[in-house]
Design a protein around this ligand. Structure first.
Ligand code: ADP
Ligand code: MG
Length: 251
């Protein structure tokens, strides 16, 4: 039997998504479909609107125009906690952990809404603690459970953030530059985690500048330039597309 394109199911999809800041149109009519069950990469030069795109679809900011759907459900302009409830988890380009809280405290607050975070952090449920310990072991930092987050290396903080995202058991995980500023040993660990979690059924949408990582990890690559998709396809095809070389190198 031949596998046809119809076998690919959409995960996150946008049509004409647009967001301007004053005179700068950061996302400019982006029409993009990511594939369910796959590792998708979103690449593009600095300032091409990747983080703003993430922010628009995860409810951190509201788009000016266009639509976003998640597995066919409209999520356009929805607040971040509602987007999270549909099954999307995300990390941030500038890693977000609470520096003066311990690793375990960060895990316990990761699944709570912002306003209640501190109050509820003390309400410790043994099952949640077990789950947190399991995930910390999975990302390889369980020995740091009692350390304050600020004492971890940047790569370890990224692993903590990822473990926190996993606390909510999202079916889709959006990572904004997971390897940025991380040493090579920990980059390998992050790559292996993405592969294993994908094999367990999780969809990934990863913004990343490390091209070796993008090419080795992803099934589907979307290329952004000036706020919109200019090219998409399997990594081997995208890598050789003249539009991609032009966007990156200006040739
Ligand atoms: N909050 C903001 N206010 C003003 N301009 C912004 C803001 N966020 C992003 N931009 C601008 O939007 C463009 C896209 O930025 P960004 O989404 O961070 O790109 P990328 O993640 O691809 O590097 C850039 O020109 C950036 O300066
Ligand atoms: Mg960015």
């Amino acid at each position: 039997m031949t596998v046809t394109a119809a076998a690919v199911q959409p995960n996150l999809a946008t049509v004409g998504l647009t967001k301007s800041f004053g005179g700068v149109t950061a996302v400019d009519g982006a029409t993009v479909t990511f594939q369910h069950g796959k590792v998708n990469a979103l690449i593009g030069p600095n300032g091409s609107g990747k983080t703003t795109f993430f922010n628009c679809v995860t409810g951190m900011i509201k788009p000016d125009a266009g639509t976003a759907t998640y597995r066919g459900r409209d999520i356009t302009g929805k607040a971040s906690h509602r987007v999270a409830r549909t099954g999307i988890g995300r990390s941030f380009q500038l890693c977000r952990v609470f520096p003066r809280m311990t690793v375990m405290e960060n895990m316990l607050v990761a699944v709570r809404s912002t306003s209640l975070r501190r109050q509820l952090a003390s309400a410790r449920d043994p099952q949640e603690l077990d789950r947190a310990r399991g995930l910390l072991a999975r990302v390889g930092i369980d020995h740091l459970e009692h350390s304050e987050a600020r004492d971890l290396s940047y790569g370890q903080q990224k692993l903590l953030e990822l473990a926190g995202v996993l606390m909510a058991d999202p079916e889709t995980i959006m990572l904004d530059e997971p390897a940025g500023g991380v040493n090579p040993a920990l980059i390998d660990r992050i790559a292996n985690l993405v592969r294993d979690l994908n094999a367990e059924g999780k969809t990934f949408i990863v913004v990343e500048h490390n091209m070796d990582l993008v090419m080795s990890l992803s099934d589907h690559v979307v290329v952004f330039d000036r706020g919109r998709q200019i090219c998409e396809g399997p990594p081997s095809v995208v890598q050789n597309d003249p539009r991609v070389l032009e966007a990156y190198l200006g040739i």
